[in-house]
Design a protein. Structure first.
Length: 459
């Protein structure tokens, strides 16, 4: 059952406190786009930094890449996206709502339909008399395919020089740079390439805020290996473990809200030997968070053919030429953000609190002088603030408006783990109160111990 109230509350909090806003808001909005505000920007950066550190920096078998967003149309022809990267859509003849046929059927019948033909989808909609969720009528057009790629025009004469596409996924940038990476580094199989960056898909979405947007950020990894030397099932299990550990231990997500869902034979791409989704229980149900697919050597083979260039590498021991296979873990960073906010959102008797893991919190600590009109309090608070700014990694906030209780509530809503108040006692004994977001308890800490204290708490 969709918890629309929770979703509405998250969206309202996001707008009110600067996590995300509807895109192009000033001009009435642009469907399925969002802009990230001061809090959301910090949160996104923290998620990406953790992802990068865990999957790239700290792994000896991984390297990073930052490929271009605009890429040659031949890449997307060879990869199969121009011909096949399309959603099956239906239009309600009565109220003109356009919807993804798979979403319409899945929501009504609670069965996955990915991979089914247009005819089969038509049949399911008609035989089950599925109703339009907007007007309640059951009068649909036939299913039609809409390509998801955004074409890019270049040059001044309209219609000339179709340069390429905005990338529909970051993964192709890795495949087309495979040879460059092999030639310019000392990597050897098995190894992976990780990339963070924007992707673009011309999607029609049923709302759900930043869960599905036309512009979004992906974290994708292609893990290359020789299938004669590495056991793909073992690698697959290792990646499942790494993804799960990241979500539960690094992002602090409740395990009860997670589950694995293996793809059925129909929905799995023909070249994939195994695909599983890590799903999260969003307010609108369990949905894909992170996909894991064993894609064989389908992509490298497609680019060998498309570019007419050899992408095989020579095994240093046997001298044999091989075209490596890949396992691909692919996640949406904006979906991680929505999951994190949903998981951390709690309403208590007199406050709303985001119980974010401190590593994710947009603000690590907030400094409050008890009164804004007492220069000696301001001066001491300022020195505490500057010292924390110099010593703590992450943002420190300053707030001298309103009463202390209101300042606490304001920081609770954005997930700040610690609030530090400089009061009259501070002037006498050089201690401050540190208030813990989760317990709402206060402790007095000596000012010279404060950076160490906060550092230990938030790491
Ligand atoms: P879905 O079935 O939800 O459309 P997908 O299977 O097409 O997703 P992939 O192509 O495997 O997704 O992309 C990898 C990840 O990128 C997904 O698991 C998801 O987290 C994220 N993602 C995909 N499309 C979007 C989108 N339009 N907006 C936000 N995130 C997205």
């Amino acid at each position: 059952m969709a918890d629309t109230t929770k979703m509405d509350k998250l969206v309202a909090l996001s707008k009110r406190r600067g996590f995300f806003y509807p895109g192009s808001d000033l001009y009435g909005g642009l469907a399925n786009t969002y802009d990230y505000g001061p809090m959301g920007t910090e949160l996104l950066r923290n998620i990406k930094n953790l992802w990068w550190e865990y999957f790239v920096t700290k792994r000896a078998d991984m390297v990073g890449l930052d490929a271009g967003i605009i890429s040659h149309h031949k890449i997307w022809e060879a990869s199969g996206h121009v011909a096949g990267f399309a959603d099956a859509m239906v239009d309600c003849k009565n109220c003109k709502t356009r919807m993804r046929a798979d979403h319409l059927i899945e929501d009504a019948l609670h069965q996955p339909v990915e991979g089914l033909s247009n005819e089969k989808l038509d049949e399911l909609i008609t035989s089950n008399k599925i109703k339009c969720p907007v007007c309640g009528k059951s009068d649909w057009t036939k299913v039609r395919k809409f390509n998801l790629l955004f074409p890019v025009q270049r040059g001044i004469v309209e219609g000339e020089g179709g340069a390429g596409y905005l990338r529909g996924e970051t993964a192709q940038g890795i495949f087309v740079n495979f040879q460059n990476i092999i030639n310019s580094t000392r990597v050897k199989l098995p190894f992976g390439v990780g990339q963070l960056g924007k992707s673009f898909r011309n999607e029609i979405t049923p709302g759900n805020a930043v869960f599905r947007t036309i512009e979004f950020e992906q974290g994708e990894i292609e893990y290359f290996f020789d299938p004669n030397k590495s056991d793909w099932e073992e690698l697959f299990e290792n990646w499942k473990q790494a993804m799960y550990t990241f979500v539960t231990e690094k992002l602090g997500i409740n395990k009860d809200n997670l589950r694995w869902r293996p793809h059925t034979d129909e929905e799995r791409s023909f070249y994939s030997k195994r695909t599983e989704d890590l799903e999260y229980q969003f307010p609108f149900g369990f949905k894909e968070l992170w996909g894991l697919a064993y894609r064989t050597n389908y992509d490298l083979a497609a680019h060998e053919k498309g570019a007419n260039k050899e992408l095989k590498i020579v095994d240093p021991q046997s001298g044999e030429k091989i075209l490596p296979h890949v396992i691909e873990p692919a996640v949406g960073i904006n979906r991680l953000l929505l999951m994190i906010m949903n998981d951390a959102y709690f309403e208590e008797e007199n406050r709303t609190v985001l119980r974010l893991d401190p590593r994710l919190s947009p603000i690590k600590a907030a400094v409050f002088p008890l009164l804004a009109n007492k220069p000696e309090l301001i001066e001491l608070a300022q020195s505490v603030f500057e010292n924390l700014q110099d010593t703590i990694e992450g943002k420190i906030a300053w707030d001298d408006r309103g009463n202390i209780g209101k300042r606490y509530l304001s920081q609770d809503e954005v997930g700040t783990p610690y609030c530090i108040t400089i009061d009259f006692q501070s002037l006498e004994d050089h201690t401050v109160t540190v208030r813990d977001r989760d317990t709402a308890k206060q402790e007095r800490i000596a000012i010279d111990q404060l950076p160490k204290y906060i550092k230990e708490k938030i790491r």
